[in-house]
Write a protein that binds this ligand. Structure first.
Ligand code: ASP
Ligand code: MG
Length: 405
């Protein structure tokens, strides 16, 4: 008998019929002799609808009330799911994040899990019930309701799987698994059977939209195997697991694309110690995540620093730069939100020379200019014009031999 955490995303529970079909699947999993814990997202685009409602009543709502509002979406799903399970003869009970013992810090709208106390979930399992847990939410050390950031139901599922020592965390979605590229961009993309945690971290961090990055970090840290699969076909999808040292890894497994970031350039700053420190301290204190950074070589003791931030943070980041512009002696601060990023990811890259050259040659062959470059041992990213991103992904997908027959 296995313990399986099954998480269903918004489209998987999008309407009554979808919820009934999920209930059937849970019943089948139970009938096969497994213990099941269900985690649900809000139905369809319901979270976005709630955000719109908030926009309509106040531009300055507090993060605490935002969390109160947004957690309602998952509460609706959990109650409906529990009822649907009852209708197919599966005894169950629903639990909010707080009831499920998900204790977070106090950072509303982007809370981090501090501790898991899933006693009530364990008890429900021992009583033969299927616990249905509302994703995306917890309760803070100040006893307020918090949310884990958009897409956070994935984190709920992985955290519960880790705390309950589940055998697998199944993430059900509307795609068949993790692909070698976004199938909307590359029609010849292939489903990957197996991806290592490290590769999946890079895929999620650079635009792969299947799993929230933090859930992958959590799974890697707690050794929770994830199985990403479709709730429309119920076919096996992609396993995200520990790297298998006995197996030769693909040099490049996936190409990702991302147009959610913008570039800021702080130009004409003196080339001396302390300048970058002052700039990035100001950004950090404003709570802004900086992604790629390049500093141009200086000709006459002045230099340009460019970096990328999420477009949603652009205004706040520009304001932070302007606050320090004078004190660091920068000539200008400018931004560009027409950039995009293409990335190649592969565990085998670290031992294969020539990958970088092939990526640059492929882009150059198609007249695509590279504006910024960043690397890790298993990833290579280039910032290019946003309107060239889709074709760049397709060309790279072919160049690295990933196209399906
Ligand atoms: N409903 C939340 C969102 O839309 C959480 C989730 O779906 O994972 O972000
Ligand atoms: Mg999601």
């Amino acid at each position: 008998m296995a313990l399986i955490v099954q998480k269903f995303g918004g489209t998987s529970v999008g309407d009554a019929q979808r919820i009934r079909s999920v209930a059937d699947h849970v019943a089948t999993t139970r009938a096969a002799g497994n213990e099941v814990v269900v985690v649900v997202s809000a139905m369809g685009q319901f979270t976005d609808e709630l955000v719109k409602l908030a926009d309509g009543v106040s531009p300055t709502r507090t993060a605490r009330e935002m969390d109160m509002l947004l957690t309602a979406g998952e509460r609706i799903s959990m109650a409906l799911m529990s009822m649907a399970l009852g209708a197919v003869g599966v005894e169950s009970a629903s639990f909010t994040g707080s009831q499920a013992g998900i204790i977070t810090d106090t950072r509303h709208t982007r809370a981090k899990i501090l501790e898991m106390r899933p006693d009530r979930i364990r008890e429900a399992l021992d009583d033969g019930l299927v616990p249905v847990v509302a994703g995306f939410q917890g309760v803070s050390t100040e006893r307020d309701i918090t949310t884990l950031g958009r897409g956070g139901s994935d984190v709920t599922a992985v955290a519960l799987a880790a705390a309950l020592k589940a055998d697998v965390c199944e993430i059900y979605t509307d795609v068949a698994g993790v692909f070698s590229a976004d199938p909307h961009v590359v029609p010849r993309a292939r489903r990957l059977e197996k991806v290592s945690f490290d590769e999946m971290m890079e895929i999620s961090a650079t635009g792969g939209r299947v799993l929230m990055l933090r859930s992958v970090e959590f799974a890697r840290r707690h050794h929770v195997p994830i199985h990403v699969r479709s709730s429309f076909t119920w076919k096996p999808g992609t396993w995200i697991v520990e790297e298998d040292p006995t197996m030769e890894e693909a040099i490049v497994s996936a190409i990702t694309d991302d147009t959610s970031e913008a570039k800021i350039t702080v130009a004409g700053v003196p080339d001396r110690p302390g300048v970058a420190a002052a700039l990035f301290r100001e950004l950090a204190d404003a709570g802004i995540n900086v992604d790629m950074i390049v500093q141009n070589t200086s000709a006459h003791a002045v230099t340009d620093i460019s970096f990328t931030v999420a477009k949603t943070d652009l205004d706040a980041a520009m304001a932070a730069c302007r606050r320090v512009q004078k004190s660091i002696g920068a000539e200008t601060v400018s931004s560009d939100d027409n950039i995009g990023r293409v990335t190649i990811v592969g565990g085998g890259m670290k031992s294969s020379p020539g990958v970088t050259a092939l990526m640059f040659e492929t882009l150059s062959l198609h007249g695509i200019n590279i504006e910024m470059i960043s690397t890790s041992s298993i990833r290579l990213s280039c910032v290019i014009r946003a309107d060239r991103v889709a074709e760049a992904v397709r060309h790279l997908h072919s160049a690295f031999g990933l196209d399906a027959e």
